[in-house]
Design a protein around this ligand. Structure first.
Ligand SMILES: [Zn+2]
Length: 113
């Protein structure tokens, strides 16, 4: 995986960026699409701003981070039924009240009991 240091104007310091591996096609050929850009140092300060480095909202970035599995310490997990694959998985809770399934990648709003 490719990582690099990039200056973030929001955090006013250099942060570590990672490119997640591009998805591969079922046929085994490498996809033409690039991997997603993920900031590994997103923190509470980033909340409410579009990340100047990744150019997406912190909520979307948190989902990317959760899906990438790069920062398991960034999110809690919730063992529950996934709407996407209809299995019980350890759904990853990300900021903004979303949960993401590590198995199928489905993301949905967490329903508060
Ligand atoms: Zn799922």
């Amino acid at each position: 995986m490719d990582t690099r240091k990039v200056y973030c104007s929001e955090c006013d310091r250099e942060v570590s960026l990672a490119f997640t591996d591009p998805p591969t096609n079922p046929g085994g050929q490498a996809s033409l699409s690039d991997g997603d850009l993920v900031c590994l140092e997103m923190n509470e300060r980033c909340h409410g701003h579009v990340c100047p480095v990744c150019r997406i909202s912190p909520e979307a970035l948190a989902v990317r981070i959760a899906k990438s599995g790069l920062r398991p310490d960034q999110h809690a997990t919730l063992h529950a039924m996934c709407d996407g694959c209809q299995r019980e998985t350890d759904l990853m809770m990300t900021r903004g009240g979303y949960v993401t399934c590590p198995e199928c990648g489905a993301t949905r709003m967490m329903v508060r009991a």
